[in-house]
Design a protein around this ligand. Structure first.
Ligand code: ADP
Ligand code: MG
Length: 683
């Protein structure tokens, strides 16, 4: 509005300032009330004293008691950041690291990235000023490379220790070792559950500080018979709760983004059909790849009269606490890495959760009031089919990247490394063999120059090798793009149910000869040509968010290449052989060949595998392919495959592939009616 301002202006400004101030004060008051209500609050002084008295302390307290958000603040206010020292706190999941850091910054009324920051792979949101630093356990492992004594930290908190992720388990051994010669470093191991004794034993009898939890009773309901389609069962249960039960938010545990999106669509569709007959139902997803502004939504208070339903992965099991949950729906599954050391096959499998997980999930319903948990499986299943505890990750994954990292930290004798639970010896041996085949270790198991360069890149050894090999084949620009695209690989193409046909056509428009890696490259290059347009993504059924992330990852990787002296050069546009060879140099382990019967078998282990129907090579049946990953859904599917020639294998891994294995027994006998191999067409 027009102003003719003499006197009144300053008065008005003062009024505004007052209002702003009071809003800020109100917020501060809210936050303080919230902090006071947390179970950890009354223990502040005792806890600080215990930390002063002991170098290592195990902290046990139920989820939601305030361990992650409050303890670093207690330390911050008690002088542990004097002399520019930092407090570190690790999280197994990157979403948790980001979200918790954002919350703590808000509580301290500072800008995220200043006094409070976070560091996750490909994203560093910290600065010189950062005193409280949340980070993924994987990032702390990498920090050991640049700061082996963690000299800039006064306190390190290994949080969510009960999750027993691979990286957390390796950290236990490393921090225990460091604590021996850095007597001034305080070590806190914080856990939500029963493993405290075990941690205490491992850390030479460290004392346990228990924060008594508050919990309301949770009634547990089971289904009478097993559910054939648990997504549908979830949708039905949500609607039943919504229609028949008093207000209170619902938390549903699903296994991943795809399931969450399916469930979300179904719920939207059915609530729309019910129209105004029902109260408002706010549907909110939360999973690792969700952009942070959407992640923050789950914490917003539910408007009066409405109900919130949160569709989450097991990130909401212990890492994130959402207030106001009264109902939990638990289908009883989670996605788990599984690795077969005998065959060297790794896959992501939907697996039944453990009893411990099921109980954690149920517990989420009883934080603010008595709650209900609906288990979409039978009571018999729970009693007889679920394991008591999940197997720690270190015992069921490929150890390649961790072994490479430990080797580059100078830890040579891995068999006598201090593990809380040691990995199976054969997995360790296989990791050493694979690194040897990749050229990262020599025949004595020592790190090579190549191995050192590989460990500089924060990606798996195979990807790392692929990127470094691109130097030799003069295609680093393209290969870095491919690596970045693979890091977001399953969320590039957008396929809404109601436009599935259009989406599939759009996807096929990106197909190019050679394989899926090249399709991903094509998508990125076309997008880059539009100057990274949002509109272009929208028109082509490409997920803009994923592309943006791919671009960030690509930029980061490109700058890291500078450090290891790999120049960025572009390949010949008309021949993708160089690119495919670089991929082969990293992934020669993942080779499958066409069999006479028209199926695929892995070369080394003769395991039957299948081309994923989404692959651009689905109808082509090339004789030799390299896959990026195997996923087991209904069958063992190879996802992201590229066509290669068998002679390349001998070129890139002569010590790994022996003559006979690469004989082309299939020759040109293609099954009738199926497409022709591109290699064959070229000849
Ligand atoms: P613990 O680590 O013991 O499980 P937390 O410190 O994570 O507990 O949680 C303490 C409280 O902080 C919970 O009530 C939770 O809802 C709240 N909280 C955590 N993150 C956020 C956020 N991003 N926004 C709002 N509240 C949050
Ligand atoms: Mg926590």
């Amino acid at each position: 509005k027009e102003k003719k301002a003499d006197g009144p202006v300053s008065a008005r400004l003062e009024g505004d300032a007052e209002r702003v101030l009071s809003a800020r004060e109100k917020k501060a008051k809210e936050i303080e009330e919230c902090q006071r209500s947390l179970p950890v609050f009354p223990f502040k002084e005792d806890l600080i004293q215990a930390i002063r008295d002991h170098q290592v302390l195990i902290i046990e307290g139920e989820t939601g008691s305030g361990k992650t958000t409050q303890i670093p603040q207690f330390l911050y206010h008690s002088g542990f950041c004097d002399n520019d020292m930092k407090i570190g706190c690790t999280q197994p999941r990157r979403v948790a690291a980001m979200s918790v850091a954002a919350r703590v910054a808000e509580e301290l009324a500072v800008k995220l990235g200043n006094e409070v920051g976070y560091s996750i792979r490909f994203e560093d949101c910290t600065s010189e000023r950062t005193r409280i630093k949340y980070m993924t356990d994987g990032m702390l492992l990498r920090e050991f490379l640049s700061e082996p004594d963690l000299g800039s930290y006064s306190v390190m908190i290994i949080d969510e220790a009960h999750e027993r992720t691979l990286h957390t388990d390796v950290l236990f051994g490393l921090v225990k070792d460091i604590a021996r010669f850095r007597k001034d470093l305080k070590l806190l191991i914080s856990s939500a559950t029963l493993d405290a004794e075990k941690f205490a034993d491992f850390f030479d009898g460290a004392p346990i500080f228990r924060i008594p939890g508050r919990r309301y009773p949770v009634d547990i309901y089971y289904t009478k018979a097993p559910e054939a389609d648990y997504i549908d069962a979830c949708v039905v249960t949500v609607l039943q709760i919504h229609v028949t039960q008093p207000l209170g938010d619902i938390l549903v545990f699903l296994t991943g983004q795809e399931e969450i999106e399916t469930c979300q669509e179904l719920l939207l569709e059915r609530t729309r059909r019910l129209g105004s007959k029902i109260k408002e139902l706010i549907i909110l997803p939360i999973y690792a790849n969700l952009p942070s502004e959407m992640q923050a939504k789950i914490f917003e208070p539910t408007p009066p009269g409405a109900r919130k339903v949160i569709l989450a992965t097991n990130i909401a099991e212990t890492s994130l606490t959402i207030d106001g949950i009264i109902y939990v729906i638990d289908p009883g599954f989670a996605k788990q890495n599984s690795y077969n050391a005998r065959t060297g096959m790794e896959s992501l499998i939907v697996t039944p959760v453990s009893k411990a997980s099921a109980n954690q999930r149920a517990g989420r319903a009883g934080r603010v009031a008595a709650g209900k948990c609906f288990r979409l499986y039978t009571a018999w299943s729970y009693a007889h089919e679920l394991e008591d505890n999940a197997v720690p990750e270190i015992q069921r994954v490929n150890l390649g990247s961790v072994v490479l990292l430990l080797k580059s930290l100078g830890i040579d004798d891995l068999l006598s490394f201090d593990f809380l639970d040691p990995p199976p010896q054969e997995t360790l041996m296989l990791a050493l063999e694979q690194l040897y085949a990749l050229g990262g270790l020599n025949h004595r198991g020592e790190l090579t120059t190549l191995g050192r360069r590989m460990s500089e890149l924060p990606v798996d050894p195979q990807l790392s090798k692929m990127i470094i090999a691109s130097e030799k084949y003069h295609c680093s620009e393209e290969v870095v793009t491919i690596a970045a695209m693979l890091s977001v690989n399953n969320s590039v193409f957008y396929r809404p149910k109601d436009k599935a046909v259009h989406a599939d056509t759009a996807r096929k428009n990106f197909f190019v000869p050679g394989g899926d890696h090249l399709v991903l490259l094509n998508v990125y290059e076309q997008w880059a040509e539009t100057d990274f347009s949002t509109q272009w993504c929208y028109e082509n059924f490409i997920q803009y968010r994923s592309m943006k992330r791919a671009r960030d990852v690509r930029d980061q990787l490109a700058s890291m290449l500078e450090r290891i002296e790999v120049p960025l050069v572009s390949a010949n546009k008309d021949d993708n052989t160089a690119i495919r060879k670089a991929i082969t140099a990293g992934f020669f382990y993942h080779t499958a060949r066409l069999t006479k019967a028209g199926g695929y078998q892995t070369v080394k282990q003769s395991q039957t595998v299948h081309i994923h129907p989404n692959s651009c090579l689905f109808e082509d049946l090339p004789r030799w392919v390299i896959y990026f990953e195997l996923v087991f859904t209904t069958k063992e599917f190879m996802r992201q495959i590229v066509e290669i020639e068998s002679v390349w294998l001998r070129e890139v891994a002569p010590h790994y592939y022996k003559g006979k294995e690469l004989d082309d027994s299939t020759n040109k006998k293609m099954p009738k009616g199926r497409g022709k191999s591109k290699v064959e067409l070229e000849r």
